[in-house]
Structures are given as C-alpha cells and as structure tokens.
Design a protein around this ligand. Structure first.
Ligand SMILES: *[C@@H]1O[C@H](CO)[C@@H](O)[C@H](O)[C@H]1NC(C)=O
Ligand SMILES: *[C@@H]1O[C@H](CO)[C@@H](O)[C@H](O)[C@H]1NC(C)=O
Ligand SMILES: *[C@@H]1O[C@H](CO)[C@@H](O)[C@H](O)[C@H]1NC(C)=O
Length: 391
C-alpha cells in the first residue's frame, strides 16, 4: 500500500514537472529587470554656462536615479549582468571624467556624477561633436576584447545644438549608430526650444529622443536602456510590431528564416539546435504572421511563391504550437490563418506549412505530412535581455 501511494506521488510530481509553467498565449516581452541590466553606457553631459549649476545638479540626480533601482554598477560581480557607466562632460572641448572601469558601485557613480557636475563651466560654447567623439573614444578603449557581447549606449544631455564642418555632431553620431551603439538624447531646455528638440532627434536612435521637461524622464531613460538591452544574436531578427518601422515596439522574441529545405519534423529539431530556447515559430496573431511573412520575403536566399514550416502540428488530435524545451505545447486558440479548404482531415497531414498559393499575396496555413514536404522553415527563440544573459 505504502509503495503504491509513493508511486502515485511520483507520478503526480513527474506530471507536474513536465507541464510546469505553461506559457501565456502571447509573444514574450523583453526582460524588465533593472537589477540585471547588462550594458556599457557613456553619459555625455553639456556643462557649458547655458546648463547652469542648478541644471547640472538636476542632471547628476537624474543619472543617479536611472541606476538606483538596483543596477549593478561596474564589472566586478559574480552575475555577469552588470552595467559599466562612464561620464564625459563637454563645452568647447570634452573631458573624460570617468572611463568605463572607474565606477565599481552605485556609490562611486553618485559621488562621481555630483562631484563632476557641481558647477557649470564659465565657457559658453557647447560643441556636441566633441562630446560624441569623446564617447566614441571611451567605448573603443573600454572594449579591447572585453564584454564584446554587451550592447553599448550613449546618453546625451545637451542645452544647445551647434557646429558645422569638423564640429558638426551629425557625422560622429551616425558613425556611432552604424557601429551598433544606440544614442539616447535629453534636450535640456527650460523653455521648450523646438529647434533643439528637432536637431537632437536626428542625433538620437529612433524613439530615444527625450526632453528634460518630461516629468517621467528617468522612467523614459530606464525604458530605453531595457529595450537596448533586449536584442537578438547574429542571424536572428528581433520581432517588432511592424517589420518596416525601425521605432516599432520590440518583443523579447527572435526569429530566423532558415533558408534551408527540410521536412517539418527535422526542421523542428533544427530549430532546437540553433538556440537553447529555439523552436519552430508560432503565429498567435495577424501581426506576428505578417512579421514572419515579411522576414521570409526579405530573405535573399528564398524566392516566391513563399512556403515555410511553422510550429503548428496536430498532437493527440489537437492543433498545438511548439514552445521552448521544457515547456508544454500550446493548443491553438483565437487567431487562425488556414488557407481555403484547410485544415483537411487527411490523417497523415499533421504538420503545418505557411503557403502562398495561386494569386494570393499573403501566405496561409495548410496541413501537410511532417515527413515528406521539404520546404524552408522559420525558427523562434528568446531574446537576450535582463532575464536572459547571452555569453
Ligand atoms: C524604481 O524605483 C522607484 C523607487 O523605488 C520606483 O518607484 C519605480 O517603480 C522603480 N522602477 C522600476 C522600473 O522598477
Ligand atoms: C572585486 O571584488 C573582489 C571580491 O569582492 C574584491 O576583492 C576586489 O577588490 C574587487 N576589485 C575591484 C577592482 O573592485
Ligand atoms: C522625437 O522624434 C520624433 C520623430 O522625429 C518626433 O515626432 C518627436 O516629437 C520627438 N520627441 C521629442 C521629445 O523631441
């Protein structure tokens, strides 16, 4: 009797662990944990006379508050998820107050920021180009083979936009952005100077142009840093609300058109091999379907008509979506995209192909054999972010 109860208990525990943490029927969001932010950040602050002493103190308190939600400052932690912060000031020229290794705790950062930003310079010139060039130098010096997997961000506080020729800030900013650095700008103007806002928007990465007049400026910067920390490894494309809009909302999801021909079942295993959290892509919504279709259409190795396997298959008689290893499949609900006449009742056609048929501009689902139809396929995996460190 005892052994039977023990056996039943084992069965329950076993079943539990297999069906643990069923995912919601939505696409994964980017990690939102500021305590595990992992970035290299250069803060570039205009300290010309126009900023005023009060203004600079406000900036110092702003910078400290951005990282006061428990972000590990420096690089000397057991958990690799930490953020190095450098501080650069500029007026007619730039000064590197702290490189990426100077501050090894939030107290270091606070002391450094309030110390360096205690008073505005008497210098009235504000040459943003000098500040950006110094940031570039700090980022290059701080790399040298270390933390090459960490995203880099520059936060610029500017009271003025000026400079032409070799003092034009735009080429320096473009160079940084092209090398993968994301730029956040904060227009520091008490009077809502529209020209400054417009010019700084050209320096900022899409969606990361802010103003100090925003009462939630700290939250905006934290949100931008969390988004910058959310990215996909090489060969993967981050799922966004709109494929063609660079500023569109980003999800914590990476997708990849394999550009290889395979039957559905081997494609399923290939996706699991591509990444630890890899699986054949799911389409919970028209928005996701549209993104995946656009991804395939933009894959130079594939041609129309577009056909690719997705993660839908019939499991124990129920159409279900693949999930990362260790998570239960998700039964199909809500949105569906069957082509006319599908799903058919052919008992061996238990896998799903997205297929652009006849004169259709869009692709739709049709069920096929998981073993015999060799086509392209699309994989999905979790993004690298504050919940998912990518070494
Ligand atoms: C950061 O900390 C402040 C103060 O404790 C809190 O109000 C805010 O909600 C926190 N923000 C995040 C994103 O955790
Ligand atoms: C790094 O951490 C170790 C152990 O906590 C400490 O002994 C060492 O001094 C730290 N190094 C720096 C550069 O802060
Ligand atoms: C940011 O840039 C966008 C696009 O240029 C613009 O519509 C928006 O008003 C800007 N926001 C601020 C605060 O400057």
């Amino acid at each position: 009797m005892k052994s039977i109860i023990f056996f039943i208990a084992l069965l329950i525990v076993g079943t539990r662990s297999q069906t643990a943490s069923p995912s919601a029927y939505v696409d994964r969001e980017c990690g939102q944990n500021l305590q595990t932010l992992w970035l290299d950040v250069v803060v570039v602050v205009d300290n010309s006379a126009g900023m005023t002493n009060t203004g600079l103190t406000q900036v110092a308190s702003n910078i400290a508050t951005v990282f006061l939600n428990g972000t590990q400052i420096g690089s000397n932690y057991t958990d690799p998820r930490s953020t190095r912060v450098s501080l650069v000031t500029y007026n007619s020229d730039a000064a590197i107050t702290a490189d990426l290794n100077t501050y090894q705790s939030i107290d270091d950062l606070m002391g450094g920021a309030f110390g360096a930003l205690g008073a505005a310079s008497p210098n009235t010139e504000s040459t943003l180009q000098r500040g950006i060039a110094a940031a570039e130098q700090v980022l290059n010096n701080g790399r040298q083979g270390v933390r090459t997997n960490y995203k880099q961000a520059v936060i610029i506080y500017a009271s003025e936009y000026s400079g032409t020729g070799e003092k034009d800030p735009k080429p320096a900013a473009d160079r940084l952005k092209e090398s993968g650095v994301q730029i956040i700008t904060v227009a520091f103007n008490q009077d809502g100077n529209q020209a400054l806002l417009a010019k700084l928007s050209e320096i900022a990465s899409p969606g990361y142009n802010f103003t100090s007049l925003d009462t939630n400026i700290v939250g905006e910067i934290q949100g931008a840093l969390l988004q910058i920390n959310c990215f996909c490894p090489d060969l993967w494309v981050q799922y966004k609300a709109d494929f063609n809009d660079r500023a569109a909302y980003k999800y914590g999801v990476c997708v990849r058109s394999a550009g290889l021909q395979s039957a559905w079942t081997p494609a399923k295993f290939a996706c699991q091999n591509f990444a630890k959290t890899g699986f054949l892509v799911s389409e919970f919504s028209q928005q996701k379907h549209d993104f995946v279709f656009a991804l395939v259409q933009n894959d130079p190795t594939v041609t129309a008509p577009f056909m690719y396997h997705i993660g839908l298959s019939k499991i124990n008689g129920v159409w279900s979506w693949q999930q990362p290893a260790g998570q239960s499949v998700l039964p199909l609900q809500g949105y569906s995209k069957w082509n006319p006449g599908y799903a058919t009742s052919v008992s061996s056609d238990t896998a799903v192909l997205n297929s652009q048929t006849g004169t259709n501009l869009d692709a739709g689902w049709q069920n096929i054999s998981p073993y015999t139809v060799s086509k392209n396929y699309v994989c999905e995996s979790n993004s690298c972010d504050t919940d998912n460190y990518c070494a």
